[in-house]
Design a protein around this ligand. Structure first.
Ligand code: OGA
Ligand code: MN
Length: 281
């Protein structure tokens, strides 16, 4: 018997898992491997109306790998981080406006951690308007390049920084804020990530600052063009949230962003991330 029943949501990214309740997700020993496999195949898994409680969410994530505790302290349950623009629910809310730009979680870690294997969000409160989460395949971004481009891009390296992603939403930082951004080390990654599974993807998004050894503006124009091509509307799965939905994505193979929503909206997602075990290489 197959463990999961899934429906693909677009031809390139996203699948919906149906007929599953939260008790089974947490209790069934076969679930971890089945979800990881489906995640690798589809990039994003949607579990509509799962109503997973925070404890169960962390327990389930433990089946997928080691749970990230580096953002603990913003929610009573260890392993849960509230994603919201409401500062009363999360003191670091201001940084989260950067989620409005396409990105890959974990490209600018505090130390040298690998990108999170999986990020999971469960909707606690949704925005009245906007606030969908959009996904595009970064494997697809590579696969749809011409052979010439694959060759030309194969040796390029890109510097990623927290400053690059924050500047897009806060172009005029105070010296103190800039110093805080710069306290986070920058990271140089190859543009083309060759994965353990043999697939290749493009490492793009808001944290990508410049291409090493290339004219600054030319390099930025190239990154912007590749990102535009990877995220055209027909390549995107857009999740419109209902309270109780859970969505998981694989940062090795997808780019994502939040669609804009009112900064005063009560929108709140409970987030758990699973540590990665594969470097960008
Ligand atoms: C994240 C993120 C998008 C959203 O939590 O990493 O990018 O829609 N969230 O809130
Ligand atoms: Mn993110």
């Amino acid at each position: 018997m197959t463990v999961l029943t899934i429906n693909k949501l677009t031809s390139s990214v996203g699948a919906e898992v149906i007929g599953l309740d939260s008790d089974r997700l947490v209790a069934d020993d076969a679930m971890g491997a089945a979800v990881l496999e489906a995640l690798e195949d589809n990039g994003v898994l949607v579990f509509p109306q799962l109503h997973l409680d925070p404890q169960a969410q962390v327990e389930f994530c433990r089946r997928l790998g080691e749970v990230d505790h580096s953002s603990d302290g913003h929610h009573p349950v260890a392993g849960i981080y509230p994603v919201t623009l409401d500062k009363s629910k999360n003191a670091s809310a201001a940084y989260l406006r950067a989620t409005f730009d396409w990105h890959i979680d974990g490209c600018t870690p505090t130390n040298d951690e690998y990108p999170q294997k999986a990020t999971l969000l469960s909707a606690r409160q949704v925005a009245e308007r906007g606030g969908e989460t959009e996904f595009a395949s970064s494997y697809g971004a590579y696969d749809t390049l011409t052979e010439d481009e694959k060759e030309r891009l194969s040796s390029l390296r890109v510097v990623h920084s927290l400053e690059a992603s924050q500047r897009r939403i806060t172009p005029d930082p105070s010296p103190e804020l800039l110093a805080r951004w710069r306290a986070r080390p920058t990271h140089e990654h190859p543009l083309v990530w060759t994965h353990r599974n043999g697939r290749r993807s493009l490492v793009l998004g808001a944290s990508a600052d410049y291409v090493v050894g290339m004219d600054l503006e030319d390099g930025r124009a190239l990154l912007a063009e590749l990102l535009d091509r990877a995220t055209t509307a027909e390549k995107v799965y857009r999740h419109s949230w209902s309270v109780g939905d859970t969505v998981i994505w694989d940062n090795r193979g997808v780019l994502h962003r939040a669609a804009p929503y009112d900064p005063d909206s009560p929108r709140e997602m409970l987030r758990t991330t699973v540590l990665g075990d594969e470097p960008i290489q």
